[in-house]
Write a protein that binds this ligand. Structure first.
Ligand code: URP
Ligand code: ZN
Ligand code: ZN
Length: 472
């Protein structure tokens, strides 16, 4: 059956205007004034905003690490994403097998039956041997057009600079974009060893042993390697103000270097790690200072940073205490594993469902970014950078009907009562919000209606993505 969304105010990355939207099947058929479609289901959006569904290009669902696993799987994480207005997520495939193809097959086997929103994959390149070099060119065949490399996590995930250069060059030759986790692995290892030897075990030492200068220097190094490989690059989870300066510098010199930050780096600082429950804020890279928060905001305002993702990688704060999720009691070991040793606290936090509501209230309503910038940062830009545009990230005939009916006046006190992450805490607990998704449509189907969940495991689809094309 067709659906007409009537009398809403459409907000895209470039425009704001009143129109109706006709949806036929899974896609937008028409956008215009006073669309008549006899027999169509009507969604009255008067007084509401109509936005393209959010695209979060940085999630880690069901990821084994630190002797446990991230507590949202590809169903619960997708459901949380949907409630927060995100209808597309891109998850990272760990390279855990000798053959890249097998790692991807295993990740698809986990995700496909559970997916509740549409999803794609990035491939982690954490080893560069002959087999991996042979398989990188084949990634587009498997629908993957992005690789992630690390300059930190020595002896685990890190590649050497020469290897990163080789990956970037190979990636560029085959239409792939290289994403970089930018920290200084050597310095981190030395500082951690010294901190532990001196008996420093509390969560703040997680931040003190991962200095901002390491992130800044590694972002410059990644930009320089990209320049030498004549390749595009994308800096993930930007956290330090100096990284914005570097990105600005690289871009003004014509490099196709782009970047993302995440809500946690816009609002929190090392002081949060000093709280008695500081482990809740532990992720890598760590929280920095108010000056870093401010420079990241400025980067969003000026367009130096193109994307707000999440790096959603949740763990329980106290994984010994079960929570009730969809009528079942669940407990998954979490941050308590690092009690008495900050190096053992699982790195990561919940955010996929928070991103849009928090950024709307504390970005748009606070006057820091416009509604159009909000759409660009959370939907259109990631869709473009990651080869999904205009199918995702746009309100245009032919696009997938992934649509948010957004109530800009809805007021609520946010926290775990609203967020649907499968964990026992929310970093934005008690924050006052104005503006929230009222309905969420995935390819024409309403999957969230107020507080009702109408989605299902298997309702989301894998998205083979286009080769990297358009540097923003
Ligand atoms: O602490 C984090 N961010 N965990 C996820 C892994 C990563 O580097 O993105
Ligand atoms: Zn990372
Ligand atoms: Zn990540």
């Amino acid at each position: 059956m067709a659906t007409v969304i009537k009398s809403g105010t459409l907000v895209t990355a470039g425009d704001t205007f009143q129109a109706d939207i006709l949806i036929e099947g899974e896609t937008i058929a028409e956008i215009g004034a006073s669309i008549q479609s006899p027999g169509a289901q009507v969604i009255d959006a008067s007084g509401k905003l109509v936005l393209p569904g959010g695209v979060d290009p940085h999630t880690h669902f069901d990821l084994p690490m630190f002797g446990t696993v991230s507590s949202d799987d590809h169903y619960t994480g997708h459901k949380a994403a949907a409630f927060g207005g995100t209808t597309t997520v891109i998850d990272f495939v760990p390279l855990d097998t000798p053959r890249v193809e097998d790692s991807i097959r295993l990740w698809r086997a986990k995700a496909d039956p559970k997916a509740a929103v549409d999803f794609g994959f990035h491939m982690n390149i954490t080893r560069l041997d002959k087999q991996v070099e042979e398989e990188i060119p084949r990634l587009p065949e498997w629908g993957i057009t992005t690789v992630k490399v690390f300059t930190a996590y020595n002896n685990r995930l890190r590649l050497q600079d020469g290897e990163i250069f080789k990956v970037m060059r190979l990636a560029r030759e085959h239409g792939l974009l290289t994403m970089v986790h930018a920290e200084n692995g050597d310095v981190i290892d030395i500082l951690i060893e010294e901190a532990l030897a001196a008996g420093h075990t509390s969560p703040e030492w997680h931040a003190l042993t991962r200095p901002a200068w390491g992130a800044v220097e590694a972002t410059l190094r990644a930009s320089g390697l990209a320049a030498q490989a004549q390749a595009p690059a994308y800096i993930v989870h930007m956290n330090a103000g100096g990284e914005v300066d570097v990105l600005d510098y690289a871009r003004r010199r014509g490099l196709a270097v782009m970047g993302e930050t995440c809500p946690q780096y816009l609002f929190f600082t090392i002081d949060h790690l000093r709280r008695p429950n500081g482990a809740k804020w532990i992720c890598s890279p760590p929280m920095r200072t108010p000056a870093d928060n401010a420079r990241l905001w400025q980067g969003l305002e000026t367009g130096a940073i193109q994307v707000v993702g999440t790096d959603h990688c949740p763990f329980f704060f106290d994984g010994t205490q079960p929570i009730c999720y969809e009528d079942e009691w669940v407990a998954i070991p979490g941050k308590e594993l690092g009690m008495g040793d900050f190096t053992k606290i699982p790195n990561g936090l919940p955010a996929v469902g928070d991103r849009l509501p928090i950024l709307w209230s504390y970005g748009v309503r606070a006057g820091r970014i416009s509604p159009n910038q909000f759409v660009a940062l959370t939907s259109t830009n990631p869709a473009k950078i990651f080869g999904l545009y205009p199918r995702k990230g746009s309100l245009t005939p032919g696009a997938d009907a992934d649509i948010l009916i957004w109530d800009p006046e809805r007021r609520l006190t946010y926290g775990i009562a609203y967020a649907k992450h499968r964990t026992d805490y929310n970093l934005f607990e008690g924050w006052e919000l104005t503006g929230y998704p009222e309905k969420v449509l995935l390819r024409g189907q309403v999957i969230v209606d107020g507080d009702r969940w109408l989605g299902r495991p298997g309702g989301g689809r894998f998205l083979p993505r286009q080769p990297f094309a358009a540097p923003l």
